[in-house]
Design a protein around this ligand. Structure first.
Ligand SMILES: Cc1cc2nc3c(=O)[nH]c(=O)nc-3n(C[C@H](O)[C@H](O)[C@H](O)COP(=O)(O)OP(=O)(O)OC[C@H]3O[C@@H](n4cnc5c(N)ncnc54)[C@H](O)[C@@H]3O)c2cc1C
Length: 454
């Protein structure tokens, strides 16, 4: 064992990596992108092998200590924390094992950025890429993983072929749709409740080198959502996402970013792509961008925020799925009241999604052909009163959405009781609870989600 191993943790099994108890390691594991929840573990495992993960889950289980895997720590509400237990940093498992016709085989700690770089070298790409690339494969597969290609390909969890995991009882298993299918379905979008993902085989598709990007602006939310729903359903673009930007006279203007991928000299037909949309033909801004640069389009914004010091501010994010039938009545009044100062300059996102492409039962999305992912990506000043006010606002916005058929996307900060969780999973709750009893009978995994109180 390496220096820094917890003195108070007796009987730790031999490890290839290190079990850390330094104040710095514990403090880092008690923080995340939200910076609003801080629950230190007793130790942090920096695994040197997947055997380490299995060994530490067994060790913790015998002592009734919670265990949470932490990818890049970009959830915002303590989801990857394990109070008094062990946080497993998946960053120690970051090998890309294979990129080929049968997909990519990667460790759970690999970031989407690293995977994309390796896949593009072979002319391939994951079908769905999140906006921000420095998220771990294991972290987004636990949550869902939504991107601009989701109207066509579903979420990242819909594009997984096989998983190697350690379940909460410390057993290593390989699962796929046709092999231990119940576990496979449970883990994808399962919020870390049933297993720690060690390795995933992911679908890849051919990459086309250029993205033609259309920026379509809208005078009203209603015009925007109408076009967004059309585009989600007819699939004419490879990528569709929406966002509200502060308007010149106050209020908000709505934009759709749509992209068509192509291989020159072939080019997309602008007229065909823009046919039938609301009054935007003249206003559309069109630009050709290398595909890799398009995927990394958030980098300059993140770099700016890091330089400005606000990247480390609290982020009490609000994220949920709203049925298309309810989106105007729900988001309209919210946006009428919302100011740039309420979001701290953070964006408001509105992504259209096709329900039939989102097939994993535990990634809960509303019924209906189309739904919208609605995010208020708040940046709050480091002022506890302001953070509390934002969290209270999130809860209230959630309750209104829930009553209109909305469901939380569980990456952000909305306080949830066990009853809220039962309601969230609705008809899938019995299967969720059964999977917990089967795969994590000691209830050790991912307590930070607050689904199964310890
Ligand atoms: C700047 C930013 C941009 C984002 N953009 C998008 C986006 O475009 N689309 C989108 O869908 N989401 C987006 N997200 C949300 C993000 O996908 C989720 O928060 C995701 O869970 C974070 O991944 P992570 O590696 O940081 O996970 P962590 O925050 O470390 O963990 C999140 C949860 O997953 C569990 N977990 C992590 N790794 C594993 C594993 N190997 N096995 C089992 N459980 C595990 C943790 O225990 C925890 O419960 C964004 C977040 C940020 C901060």
């Amino acid at each position: 064992m390496s220096p820094g191993v917890a003195d108070e943790l007796s009987g730790v099994p031999p490890l290839d990596g290190a079990l850390l108890t330094s104040p710095e390691a514990l403090a880092a594991a008690a923080d995340d992108f939200g910076h609003t929840v801080h629950r230190p573990p007793a130790a942090v495992l920096r695994p040197g092998s997947s055997d380490d993960v299995a060994a530490i889950v067994r060790y913790a289980g015998k002592r009734d200590m919670p265990v949470a895997c932490r990818g890049c720590g970009h959830a915002t509400d303590g989801q990857a924390q394990a109070p008094g237990g062990i946080v497993v940093e998946s960053g120690g498992l970051s090998a890309i094992h294979e990129i080929g016709p049968a997909g990519a085989v990667v460790d759970a700690g690999v970031t989407w950025r690293a995977l994309i770089e390796a896949a593009l070298a072979g002319g391939r790409t994951p079908p769905v890429v999140t906006d921000y690339l420095d998220l771990s494969v294991g972290g987004t597969l636990s949550a869902g993983g939504i991107g601009g290609a989701s109207p066509r390909f579903g979420a990242q969890v819909d594009n997984v072929l096989e998983l190697d995991v350690v379940t909460g009882d410390g057993v290593r298993r390989t699962c796929a749709a046709d092999r231990d299918g119940e576990l496979f379905l449970a883990v994808l979008g399962g919020l870390g409740q049933f297993a720690i993902i060690l390795r995933a085989r992911l679908r890849l598709v051919p990459a086309r080198p250029v993205a033609r990007v259309y920026d379509l602006s809208y005078p009203s939310l209603e015009a925007f959502t109408a076009d967004a729903a059309v585009l989600a359903l007819d699939g004419r673009f490879d990528h569709v996402q929406g966002q509200a930007d502060p308007g010149p006279q106050g209020g908000w203007t709505w934009h759709l970013a749509a992209a068509s991928y192509h291989t020159p000299p072939e080019t997309p037909d602008d007229d065909v792509l823009l046919t039938g949309l609301h009054d935007t033909r003249a206003a559309a801004r069109v630009e050709d961008v290398p595909y890799a640069a398009f995927l990394a389009r958030l980098d300059p914004i993140v770099e700016f925020q890091v330089r400005a010091g606000v990247w480390g501010f609290p982020h009490p994010w609000f994220d949920l799925f709203v049925p298309a039938a309810a989106i105007d009545a729900y988001a309209g009044p919210i946006m009428d009241r919302l100011t740039v100062s309420d979001t701290g300059g953070g964006p408001v996102l509105l992504f259209p999604l096709r329900r039939d492409r989102l097939r994993r039962p535990f990634l809960r999305v509303p019924d209906g052909e189309v739904c919208f992912l609605f995010d208020i990506l708040r940046t709050a000043p480091p002022d506890p009163a302001r953070v509390q006010a934002d969290l209270a606002a999130n809860r209230s916005l959630f309750e209104t959405a829930r009553d209109a058929g909305g469901l939380r996307y569980c990456i952000g900060s909305v306080s949830f009781t066990p009853e809220d969780w039962r309601r969230h999973f609705g008809p899938h709750w019995p299967a969720f609870e059964r999977a917990k009893r089967t795969y994590d009978p000691g209830n050790v995994l991912a307590p930070g989600q607050g689904i199964f109180p310890r």
